[in-house]
Design a protein around this ligand. Sequence first.
Ligand code: DGL
Length: 284
Amino acid sequence: MNASMPIGVFDSGIGGLSVLQALQKELPHERFVYLADNAHAPYGEKSEAFIRERTHAIADYLLGQHHIKALVVACNTATAAAIHELRARHPALPLVGLEPALKPALALSRTRRIGVMATRGTVASDKFARLLASVQTEAHFEVQACNGLALAIEQSTLPDQAEAAQAQIAHLLQTYIQAMGRFGCATGDIDTLVLGCTHYVFVENDLRQLLGPHVQLVSTGEPVARQTHRLLAAAVLLKPEMTDMTAQPMRLLTTGDLQGLQAAAQRWLGLHPEVCETVPASLG
Ligand code: DGL
């Protein structure tokens, strides 16, 4: 491993681009290879065994074909299912996972009522149960599994599906927010909402409209980027600022639909469609 190698980042689809955005801001001199496993998205409603299998295949592929020096699992669902096994398999690899930001939310909430939106897979995982148990005495957490939401967000980037997907997003957000209870800043209101899936960051504006200006939305992109920075520094793997940038700084790969990734990369990161490419779904 050496400092000029890229950092690997992956998610089931485009959600992890919200993390990539924060990583690029925190580490502007680094090179990144992002893999969107669109052929197998969404992960949130699949079995843990399946997600573990995909996670290992992706890690092996990024290490073997792209020679990454660190890996960011930009997916709460894959982290919950597979991060322990990944750490055991790759003990020398700097590895960063994501979990719903319950602890940061505790520091922000005044009403001590906190909403958590995440995929079914994350909510049902042992890892999440342990995390929740560690904070449950300090506040009330209203946890909502948001089936279908990550998929609708994926579909909203595809031109021919965008309109129907937007309507579905609006419907799902309304339903899930209502199911969690009353939001606001009065006693008994939920005043803080944790976005426990990287896809949900891309519907922050829609959530803001539903919840009003006083509810705090908490996501994990920035703390994860800072943690990645710390790990690379500790391993002496930070790319020196002055090294040549002729090597492509950003490569985005998808096992699925190229157009969707290109549209999302352009819309949210201002990236040219040419940085996106398709790879075989088998990663073989
Ligand atoms: N973006 C992912 C997460 O953070 C997974 C969404 C999905 O594929 O269901 O959980």
